[in-house]
Design a binder for this molecule. Structure first.
Ligand code: AGP
Length: 615
């Protein structure tokens, strides 16, 4: 959840660390800090609670400079956000500084052992044991700093990405990874570390994705990677293909708004990558596994969390409908603890924007232990999920920096559509003609989304009528039920307005009690003709009878609900199966403008972090 950067080279590390932290602030933003080895031999440590701008102000007031440094932006796990608990953490002598993302699970036992040896701890964090452990090992003598790091990490249990610097070694930056993401940016006469590629875009065009159990020693002239037992590793250096603009706001007031507007392009990219000129679907790298699994699999199991879980619920409906195969979904956090019973031949699909969500990863590991093959739908190249899957469908949405997921979600929906079509073809559930019809309709979706974006001013005006309400209810049926859930989640996470998503048919089993003249009820009422549409209209009538304030998302040209709904948001009509891709964009904009009117910090909602790397 936290963000890490580090630099060693001839330049002043401070502006580079701040630039990197700005691009990683989405990972956590309750405090930030840096450690910089200065030319006078001192290790300067500066930390501030709150946003990164507080740290920047402190650095302006007390400038520090040096060619070696590490920085951190925190999402608190152990210990409240405070300067003491902020990273970097030091050993007892103040010579070793460490930044950490993850959780050292056995820190209490390690801390007790170290305290018994006289170490005094200042913070409540798990991280602080690492510099103390290294200090203790070095005290014994006869070991290099690298050996001491490896030995310390051999006794740590849990997840970590670490950046480590020593006051007495001005030209070496150490990094280690186990379960939390960390990359090395390979430069010319300078090297970087970062939690994620966007932090060092502009600065390097080659990276190494560290593997679990690897330690890197970075010096200006080069990088050496070894395993925890000391054997050398042979890191693969990969080219960075992302453009720096991908991690910038490009004139939009927030990343979230930029990402909402990027959706047509993102979906077009995905379609171009996977739909051939003749209209057939080609899943590239994932094809071979799906071909092998299509007839063999008795069941599909979709694992994910949060917004990705709602994409999974949508995927389930498509897979059952188009590929005619039983499918279930589960939350990563539930699957791992429910003692699941799976048919012998189950194909698992894991969905994650970041590819680093701890519960999703744990559920994937369990599914693999149970014999499942795993296909992942993921947005981040080089992520842990991708490495642990048998095949992948990359959503190619580019860096998603706004904490609330938007473009990654619609890309997940599109990826499921492509996957369900391909599975359907392989299983003979769809014929060639139907495949062509479906991909032709998929190709229209980016334009439909453009048309929703063009209605932004109208959607903003509607949201202004409701932003002061305490609660909101979102209703949808079948393919639009997951979209009701996602619309409500988007609203609550960025505006802090309490919002519930419900299957419209369930409303009368409880939430109907909430309805009064103060409650906005957002209803997904497209397409105009399908077998659940009449049921949806009956639900609207039930809301109307109790004086609820209906905001209906309707198909363009559908005037039939104007008398029933206080407000309508017209969107282009497509087939029911693809309507979620269009409808969700209207709900994203509705939530966005609601949050803006409520004065919320949209890109950095309180208490949240972009990738949830703890259980
Ligand atoms: C989305 O808006 C959320 N912030 C959150 O629910 C997110 O989707 C969830 O944490 C899963 O993340 P992932 O896709 O990176 O696995």
């Amino acid at each position: 959840m936290c963000g890490i950067v580090g630099y060693v080279g001839p330049k002043n590390a401070v502006p580079l660390l701040i630039e990197g932290l700005k691009r990683l602030e989405y990972r956590g933003y309750d405090s930030a800090g840096v450690a910089v080895r200065q030319a006078d031999g001192a290790l300067a440590i500066l930390k501030r609670v709150g946003r990164l701008s507080n740290l920047e102000e402190a650095l302006d007031a007390t400038p520090v400079a040096g060619g070696l440094g590490i920085g951190h932006t925190r999402w608190a796990t152990h210990g409240e956000p405070s300067e003491i608990n902020s990273h970097p953490h030091l050993d007892g002598s103040g010579r070793i500084a460490v930044v950490h993302n993850g959780i050292i699970e056995n820190y209490l036992a390690l801390r007790a052992e170290l305290e018994a040896k006289g170490h005094v701890f200042r913070s409540q964090t798990d991280t602080e044991v690492i510099p103390h452990l290294i200090e203790e090992i070095l005290k014994g003598g006869g070991k290099s700093r690298l050996e001491a790091i490896r030995e310390a990490l051999r006794s740590a249990r849990g997840a970590y990405a670490l950046g480590i610097v020593f006051r007495d070694e001005p030209d070496a930056l150490y990094a280690a990874r186990c379960g939390s993401p960390l990359i090395v940016g390979v430069g010319d006469g300078e090297q970087f570390i970062a939690s994620d590629v966007p932090a060092i875009l502009n600065r390097v065009n080659k990276v190494i994705y560290l593997n679990d159990g690897e330690v890197a020693e970075l010096r200006p002239a080069g990088v050496a990677v070894s395993k925890l037992d000391g054997t050398p590793a042979a890191p693969e250096i990969k080219a960075v293909t992302l453009k720096a603009e991908a991690a910038e706001r490009a004139g939009f007031e927030t990343f979230m708004l930029k990402e909402i507007h990027e959706q047509p392009r993102v979906l077009r990219t995905l379609l171009d990558a996977h739909v051939r000129k003749d209209g057939s679907v080609d899943l590239g790298e994932a094809s071979a596994l799906l071909e092998a699994q299509a007839q063999n699999a008795q069941r599909v199991l979709i694992l994910s969390c949060g917004t990705a879980h709602y994409a999974g619920m949508y995927g389930r409906l498509l897979i059952e409908r188009w590929a005619d195969i039983p499918c279930e979904t589960d939350l990563g956090s539930e699957f791992r603890y429910r003692q699941p019973r799976l048919p012998e031949r189950t194909l698992a699909i894991a969905v994650s924007q970041s590819g680093e969500t701890a519960d999703t990863l744990a559920s994937v590991r369990l599914a693999r232990e149970m014999g499942c093959k795993v296909v992942s739908i993921c947005n981040v190249p080089g992520s842990t999920l991708l490495r642990e899957s048998d095949a992948a469908l990359l959503t190619q949405a580019g860096p998603e920096i706004g904490v609330a997921s938007t473009k990654a979600f619609t890309a997940q929906l599109m990826a499921f559509a492509l996957l369900a079509i391909r599975l359907g073809r392989l299983r003979g559930a769809l014929d060639e003609k139907r495949e062509r019809e479906l991909t032709a309709e998929l190709a229209r979706i980016p334009d439909y989304i453009h048309r929703v974006l063009d209605r932004q001013d109208d959607i903003r005006a509607i949201s202004q009528k409701y932003y002061e309400c305490f609660n909101a209810l979102y209703l949808g049926r079948r393919f639009n039920y997951p979209i009701a859930l996602e619309g409500a989640l988007k609203n609550k996470e960025i505006s802090y307005q309490h919002a519930e998503g419900y299957a419209a048919g369930e409303m009368k089993h409880g939430p109907i009690a909430l309805i009064n003249e103060l409650l906005p009820v957002v209803c997904l009422c497209t397409p105009t003709a399908d077998e659940v549409r009449d049921k949806m209209v009956s639900n609207l009538k039930e809301v109307e009878a109790r004086k609820g304030r209906i905001v209906a998302v309707v198909a363009e040209g559908d005037e039939s609900l104007r008398g029933l709904a206080q407000d309508v948001i017209p969107v282009p009509e497509t087939i029911e199966e693809l309507s979620p891709l269009v409808n969700v964009v209207a709900l994203q904009l509705f939530a966005y403008h609601n949050a803006k009117a409520r004065g919320a910090d949209i890109d950095k909602p309180r208490n949240l972090a972009k990738s949830v790397t703890v259980e």
